[in-house]
Every structure is written in C-alpha cells, then in structure tokens.
Write a protein that binds this ligand. Structure first.
Ligand SMILES: NC(=O)c1ccc[n+]([C@@H]2O[C@H](COP(=O)([O-])OP(=O)(O)OC[C@H]3O[C@@H](n4cnc5c(N)ncnc54)[C@H](O)[C@@H]3O)[C@@H](O)[C@H]2O)c1
Length: 338
C-alpha cells in the first residue's frame, strides 16, 4: 500500500495481460502511480480499458528482453511479463526463455539501480509433474528440461535462481510468488487454458475438450484472491527468505470442472476426450501454509462463485456466444451479482 502523503511508483511488467491488468487496477485503487510495461505479445489493450485514462496510470510499450530505462524513479517492480499459456509460450519458445531469463535480469538490474522492491511472478510449473502432493515450497520439483514445456518451466526456474542470487548478494529486495492456476475475467478466450477453454466451448455449444480421462487434478484460484496475495507479498516486512506458493488448495478433477461448467452455463455440449499433452502434470495442489503464516492470506472465493463471474465476463465479451444455451440468471442473483 502507498504511504500516506507519498504515493509510490509501481511498475507492472506484463501489465496488459490477464493478471497484470488486475494488478494495475488494484495498485491504482491503493493510491500508487502505475507504469505498465508490456510488449503486447499476448496482452491486450482492452484489458487496460478500466485504467487507461486514470491520471496516475501510464503505459510503455517495451519488450523486457531489452534493457529498460524508465523516465522516473521506481519504488516497486512487479515482473509478470511472460506468456503463461502453453500454446502462447510454445509459439516462440526461445523468446519465452529470453523473456524469463534476460527480461528478469533486466528488471532485477533496474531494481538494483532504483533501490526498488522486486516481485517475481513464478509458477507452480517449477514443480513440473510433481511426485510430492500437495506441493510445498521446499519441494525441488520434477521437471523435464528438454520437453516442449521446458522453455517456460526451466525459464521460470532460472528466473527464480537469479532473484535469490540478487537477494543473497544484497543487490535487491526480492519476493517470489509461485502462482498456481488462476482464472477469472479477462482470461484470453482462446489461449488454451482449461477454465477459459471449457467455458467458451460450453457457451458456444461446442464439445468440451478434456485431455486424458479428466482424472488429472487442478486447483483453481480466483483472480481477485491471487492479486490480494501478490500485494501482501510485495509489502510484507521482512521479506520471506524463500518463494511463497499462492493458489487455492481446493482440488478438483478436470472432469468435475467440466461438469460444473456445463451445469452453470446450462449448455447441452458433450464432452470430447483427447490425448494427454506431453509432460502434462497429473496432480496440482498448493500447500499454502507459508502464505497463511507469513502473509495471513488464503483464498476466499469458492470455485462456483468465481466461475459465475468468469462465465458472465465471457458472455459479455464474446458476441457470438450470447444465444448459446440458457443464461443461469438465478445463479448470478443468488450471488448478489448485478
Ligand atoms: N494465470 C495463471 O494461472 C498463472 C499461473 C502461474 C504463473 N503465472 C505467471 O503470471 C504472469 C502473468 O500471467 P497471465 O496469466 O497474466 O499471462 P498473460 O499472457 O495474460 O500476460 C502476460 C503479459 O506479459 C506480456 N509479455 C510477455 N512477454 C513479454 C516481454 N518479453 N516483454 C514485455 N511484455 C511481455 C504479454 O504481452 C502479456 O501482457 C506470467 O509471468 C505467468 O508466468 C500465471
């Protein structure tokens, strides 16, 4: 939170993306100046619609793989710059690795020059296809360093390594969030993430694609909860000495998620089973004990409630789905949504 009388300047690299745009909004709400830095490789100007005319908001189109010299002092750097969905980060895997490694290094060096606090958006993918369940931060993971997901998984691991090297050598005050699957309004409708995929397919009356037999599990965190966790992690003092898992520990199979979405959208879509992608993790659930203890944080939004807000977003933003399936207004009403 900004100090009374002295607003902070917060940089959000990747601020035009799904999570970054929500973070920009939250930081403005809390009285900060916000500098959004984005190359728009997966980000979208529509995501910035609620903040673009805010007097404390500014935007710099820039690829973080190149060194960055902002025209003002920065107090906080949030590094969310990186495509997060497999089809996007695999489209140009070398650029993904460059973004994770060079991009993070450029922003860490900026933090060092400005004396800014630095928060790295890492990922549960650093655990790979985990042998330990649920995943706690001390678990070092089971990652394939040569597969198609490696550009992201290993890139994020390298980024974490650099963050902790900067911390150990006293070059920057860093914090690392290991983010688990997060969903909500402004997810890209066609980027292949399971929640957006299934909702869009259900709303369009298309078959819901499930990879494998649907028994693989995921834990889904609503975006507002996640952003609250990121802000707490940035402001906690003293900083945690290691990474902090942020995610929702409630675990669902992908088949359960699909059935819930069918029920909530009233869609008559069928389920279509497809082969499991390479290195797809079988189970994912965060141990959030560290976040509970250090940040006094835990997710508050039940899956059904978060999905209702996400379905409503997609109904509004995708013109071609308006008439697909009966709208479940009863659910929105029961949640007190307008
Ligand atoms: N959404 C999730 O469930 C999730 C889970 C784990 C980790 N994360 C991490 O959180 C961050 C944000 O994820 P998201 O879901 O908002 O993804 P997103 O793809 O919607 O947003 C990423 C943003 O970064 C920008 N970007 C990518 N490469 C860049 C570069 N080289 N220079 C400048 N900008 C660049 C994109 O244009 C986009 O606006 C990512 O770092 C991701 O790894 C997200």
């Amino acid at each position: 939170m900004a100090r009374p009388g002295k607003p902070r300047t917060a940089m959000v690299a990747g601020g035009a993306g799904f999570l970054g745009s929500h973070l920009c909004e939250m930081l403005l709400d809390r009285g900060n100046h916000v500098l959004c830095v984005d190359s728009f490789i997966t980000g979208n100007e529509d995501n910035l619609y609620p903040v673009k005319d805010h007097p404390r908001f500014s935007l710099l189109k820039h690829d973080v793989c190149e060194p960055i010299r902002p025209d003002r002092p920065i107090d906080r750097i949030h590094n969310l710059a990186c495509a997060a969905s497999p089809p996007h980060y695999q489209a140009d895997p070398v650029h993904t690795m460059r973004t994770c490694v060079l991009g993070t290094l450029n922003l860490l060096e900026l933090a060092e020059r400005c004396g800014a606090r630095f928060l790295q958006a890492s990922t549960s993918e650093v655990y790979g296809d985990p042998d330990l369940h649920p995943q706690e931060e001390a678990y070092t993971g089971s990652v394939n360093c040569t597969g198609p997901r490696a550009c992201y998984d290993e890139g994020k691991r390298a980024a974490e390594a650099m963050c902790f090297d900067f911390l150990r050598s006293g070059r920057a005050d860093i914090r690392v969030a290991r983010i688990f699957n997060t969903y909500g309004p402004r997810m890209h409708p066609h980027d292949g993430r399971v929640v957006s995929n299934l909702i869009v397919q259900a709303l369009k009356g298309e078959p819901l694609t499930i990879y494998g037999d649907g028994s693989q599990t995921r834990s889904f965190c609503y975006v507002a909860d996640l952003i609250d966790g990121l802000c707490r992690l940035m402001e906690v003092d003293p900083p945690p000495s290691g990474p902090v898992n942020l995610g929702n520990p409630d675990e669902f199979t992908v088949l359960e998620l699909a059935e819930l979405i069918l029920d909530m959208t009233g869609s008559s879509s069928k389920i279509r089973f497809m082969p499991l992608p390479v290195d797809d993790p079988r189970r994912r659930r965060p141990d959030i004990g560290r976040a509970r203890n250090l940040l006094h944080w835990q997710p508050k939004t039940p899956l059904r409630q978060g999905l209702a807000m996400t379905v409503r977003h997609f109904r509004r933003s995708l013109p071609d789905v308006k008439n697909a399936g009966p709208e479940r207004r009863d659910l929105a009403t029961s949640l007190g949504l307008p």
